[in-house]
Every structure is written in structure tokens, then in C-alpha cells.
Design a protein around this ligand. Structure first.
Ligand code: PLP
Length: 387
């Protein structure tokens, strides 16, 4: 192997995919309840994405951001349209970069709008915001701040609950960054009233609410953004994972246009290929939502999961999460890694979240047939676990 030792890889690799099914080198099929990690919202080989990407590749893959890029401008407009209010977008290539942009934007806002500079970002315990040095520090879990990578950046604080985060806003605080449903932290959805109160407090003090919708955005929880479900309009929203329909892209979207030329940039951010794919993805997801398909599929998937919890009470405590961002909390002592291994052996892909939650992020357009097959395989794997 000539690769760095950064991932504990499962012993399988895939050659192609159709719908919510992946095929390995030997042609064996796997039902995918993970979609990358919530990336492939329209599954594999989606016709709309193939068409947008091939058409774009025949014309242009890249020009610098020192020139206009049509599909980038269209995607920014589409995001604002689907949000339902005016926003300004900065495009980058990943979730961590989108959050870096949000942090820089908040710092500039904090330096320009108050007598005394505000710069501190408050985040939540069990959160995950990325792997760069700044976003690691924004990630509210001590295990992400080992001494080997120190020194870290100043200007970040985290608290375990929304109430505590709200209470601990200080003179230095410029904003609060939060995943409304924590993806890596156990598929934990925060309570609506607490979030609304936080949003109100921040607004009164002219501070920024930043929602990291890298995992929970782009129809994952049923609406274009999870903040809509919470009834809030964040100052800044970050996107990545599903936004490009499988092509790498990130976006930091803000209600205020804070930057000027020279403040921020990215060579590849918002390139023709990624934004053409993103535009096709958002339009197709919007169409499926309008036709009621996304809600119908989500209801069916949730039914299957509820049945699974009922059928295996020794393994599962309960289901949690919203829409198609779901977790099954395990009973004390149940071996999460072993369940994922057994699922893989039975050719169904699932994920972990935290240390005791089995995570599901299936393609949002998964067919009923694939669901039925996948849950059949998963039940078989869980049966093998119980023996
Ligand atoms: C995955 C994820 C990130 C980091 O995204 P990358 O594209 O891996 O940099 C940040 N925030 C959340 C909530 C995520 O799920």
C-alpha cells in the first residue's frame, strides 16, 4: 500500500453502483444505507447527474474564480431560492472548508461591528465540524484535541447543552456554531424550543447563529435545510456532503455579505463540474420533494426501522433522528463494530455514530424493493449477532 494510514478500511471495494445498490469487484451486490457518509443523496448513476456532469465535462472543467463561472452563480441563486430568503454563497470543496469560511466570516463581522472586537465561537459538546486545525478546535469533543497536534487555535469554547451555550455567551462571543442534528455525535436532534431561544438571544445581541448543515442539510431531514424544520433563519449555513450529488463541493451561505476581495478564496471552490452537478442535484431533489416522493420514502424507511427495534429489543433501545438521518441506540454492552461487520458480511452497508449508535443515511430516493432487501439482510445479520 502506498496510502497513508488514516482510515480503518473494511475489506471491500466497489466497482459501480445503480440506485441504492453498490457492486464489488466480483459483481456481488450491497444495499447501501450509508450513501458514502450521506453524500449520494440521489444514489448511484442518477441520470440527471450523469447528464449534467458529462455535458459540463465536454465544455469546461475549470477556470479561475477571477472570472465569472455561470453554474456557480446559478447554484448560489438556487440555494437562496430553496431557502426562501436572500443569501450570499462562497463555494469551497469540503465541509471543513465551509466551516473555516464561516469562522473567518464571523471573526470579520466581530471585528467590524462592535466597539471591542468579538471573536469567540461557541460550539456544542459531541459536535463535529471538520478535520482542519480550526474546525478541530470548533469540534466540541476532547478526543479530537490530542496533545500531539497542539498548539491549537484560541477563540473556541464548547458547552454540553444549548441552555449552557446560551447562558455562557460572553463579551467576546461573536457566534454559536451548531449541528441541529449531530451526525457524528450519536444522531442527536436538539430540542426545538432551546434552539429557538438561542436564536432569539443571538439576534437580540446582534451575534451570529451558524448552523453546520454539512450532514443534516440538503433534504436529509425532509426539508432543504434542517433549520426550516426548527423554524429559524440562521445567519450562516454551511453545506457539503450531499450538495454535489457525489462530486466534492462545500458552501458557506450567509445572509450578510461580509467579505471583500482578498479576504478569502479557493482555487477549486465552485468549479464548473462541481456546481453543475450541485445544480442538477438540488433541482432533482426539489422535484422529488414537491411530488411527495421524499416524504413517502422517508416514512417507509422509518417504518422498517421501527419494526427492527421492536424485533431486536436485546440489541436496540430506540430510534432517534429526523427524516432520513436516523440512528438506533444500542443497549449497554452491545458491540457496534461487530454489528457493522455482520451487516457487511450480509451485504448491507450501515455506519456508526459515536460509540453506541447505529447510523442510517440512505440515498433519499432508495426504492421500496431495495429497502425491503436491505432490511431483510440486516435482520439476518442481527439474528447472527444474537446467537
Ligand atoms: C462531515 C462533516 C464535516 C466535515 O466535512 P468534510 O467534507 O469531511 O471536511 C463537518 N461538519 C459536519 C456536521 C459533518 O458531518
Amino acid at each position: 500500500m502506498y496510502l497513508m494510514n488514516t482510515y480503518a478500511r473494511a475489506d471491500v471495494g466497489f466497482k459501480f453502483g445503480r440506485g441504492a445498490t453498490l457492486f464489488d469487484e466480483r459483481g456481488r451486490d450491497y444495499i447501501d444505507f450509508a450513501a458514502g457518509i450521506g453524500v449520494n443523496a440521489l444514489g448511484y448513476a442518477n441520470k440527471k447527474i450523469i447528464s449534467a456532469v458529462t455535458k459540463q465535462a465536454q465544455n469546461l472543467l475549470h477556470t479561475s474564480n477571477i472570472y465569472h463561472i455561470k453554474p456557480q452563480e446559478k447554484l448560489a441563486k438556487e440555494i437562496s431560492k430553496q431557502l426562501g430568503y436572500k443569501t450570499y454563497a462562497f463555494f469551497c470543496n469540503s465541509g471543513a472548508e465551509a466551516n473555516e469560511c464561516a469562522i473567518k466570516l464571523a471573526r470579520k463581522y466581530g471585528a467590524r461591528n462592535f466597539k471591542e472586537k468579538k471573536y469567540e465561537i461557541i460550539s456544542l459538546g459531541s459536535s463535529f465540524h471538520g478535520r482542519t486545525l480550526a474546525t478541530l478546535q470548533a469540534t466540541g469533543q476532547d478526543k479530537f484535541h490530542p496533545e500531539i497536534f497542539a498548539p491549537y487555535m484560541d477563540g473556541f469554547k464548547f458547552f454540553d447543552t444549548i441552555e449552557e451555550a446560551t447562558k455562557n455567551i460572553s463579551d467576546k462571543t461573536v457566534g454559536v456554531m451548531i449541528e441541529l442534528v449531530q451526525g457524528e455525535g450519536g444522531i442527536k436532534a436538539f430540542e426545538k424550543e432551546a434552539v429557538k431561544k438561542l436564536a432569539k438571544t443571538l439576534k437580540e445581541r446582534k451575534l451570529l447563529l451558524i448552523t453546520d448543515e454539512v450532514q443534516c442539510g440538503v433534504y436529509r431531514t425532509g426539508e432543504f435545510v434542517t433549520s426550516k424544520i426548527y423554524g429559524i433563519k440562521p445567519d450562516v449555513i454551511t453545506f457539503a456532503k450531499a450538495l454535489g450529488g457525489g462530486v466534492g463541493i462545500g458552501a458557506c451561505v450567509s445572509r450578510k455579505d461580509v467579505f471583500e476581495p482578498g479576504d478569502h478564496g479557493s482555487t477549486f471552490g465552485g468549479n464548473f463540474l462541481a456546481t453543475a452537478s450541485g445544480l442538477a442535484t438540488l433541482k432533482e431533489l426539489k422535484r422529488l420533494k414537491k411530488e411527495g416522493k421524499l416524504d413517502e420514502i422517508s416514512a417507509k424507511f422509518n417504518e422498517h426501522l421501527d419494526e427492527l427495534v421492536k424485533k431486536f429489543p436485546k440489541i436496540f433501545v430506540k430510534k432517534q433522528g429526523i427524516g432520513m438521518m436516523l440512528g438506533l441506540v444500542l443497549q449497554e454492552g452491545v458491540d457496534l463494530a461487530k454489528i457493522i461487520r455482520l451487516a457487511l458480511k450480509n451485504r448491507v452497508l450501515v455506519l456508526r455514530s459515536g460509540t453506541k449508535t447505529l447510523r442510517f443515511l440512505p440515498p433519499l430516493n432508495i426504492s421500496k424493493k431495495e429497502m425491503k432487501e436491505g432490511f431483510g439482510r440486516l435482520a439476518k445479520a442481527l439474528g447472527e449477532y444474537e446467537i
